[in-house]
Design a protein around this ligand. Sequence first.
Ligand code: SAM
Length: 278
Amino acid sequence: MLSYKHGYHAGNEADVLKHICLIQAYKSLKRHDNSITYIDTHAGSGTYNFSSDYMTKNNEFKNGITKLENYKFENKQINYYLKVLRNINNSKKLLFYPGSPSIICHLADKLDKLSFYELHNNEYKLLRKHLSKQSNSKIYNKDGFEFHNNHKVKKKDKTLVLIDPSYEIKEDFDKVIDTIKILEKKFQNLNALIWYPVLNIENNDLFIENIRKIGSNRIVRIELPIKKYNEEIGMKGSGIILFNGSDFLIKNMRDCVRELHQILKEEDCNIKPKIQRI
Ligand SMILES: C[S@@+](CC[C@H](N)C(=O)[O-])C[C@H]1O[C@@H](n2cnc3c(N)ncnc32)[C@H](O)[C@@H]1O
């Protein structure tokens, strides 16, 4: 039984990192190609209202998008992300936080083919309703980790996959490792973004080490620490594993992550953000 609801977390610092990276990954592929196949393996409901009970329970968005909303500096990736959110909201002031399906549907054109997986029945129904007018989208009420069995990834096609599990079950970390092994073996031309939480330093080091052991030369780790690492329970930061991230994407994310760190980190966080090949 799944109990995770992304509404509690939407717009937090992890969503900010993930969605900036997603936008840049899409843009990076779209530079050279007319059409993209996009697969979102863990899609959520697609849109989250700031005044909903979920969002106001822990107000996580106040440590994420709220800290960035009045950003006045030069970083292009942050400014573009804010522009996308405002355009989706059709308002300068943000009324709702768009999830990854809304962001991609906004960026995509009619030539792109979009697929969304959502296992939670209620979230799936909300997503179907939200995307009802989206003619280039397919929505599956199925296990997103199985995406590679359901789609033919042709060599000539450009495919972007967002793998964004809730990690409400510990096995999700192992499933991510297994999925990267499958990508490395069978889908070497596919582009993927895999989000992960940093919950505890030892487990995080082990997770990264297990990815390193796969022995791929296509993997870059982007990690944004927010809190000082300590024994307390809770997320200390988050990261993205890029599979086949282009040099353009990696370069764009480098300055952006440093800037995000300055704005989003807690005062006593003394750990630096990382962008490194693993
Ligand atoms: C972190 S949220 C997704 C957020 C979304 N990608 C975004 O950025 O707006 C993870 C979602 O995956 C769903 N989920 C959990 N396990 C799943 C699975 N095996 N396959 C598909 N969806 C799953 C959860 O119900 C939840 O809505």
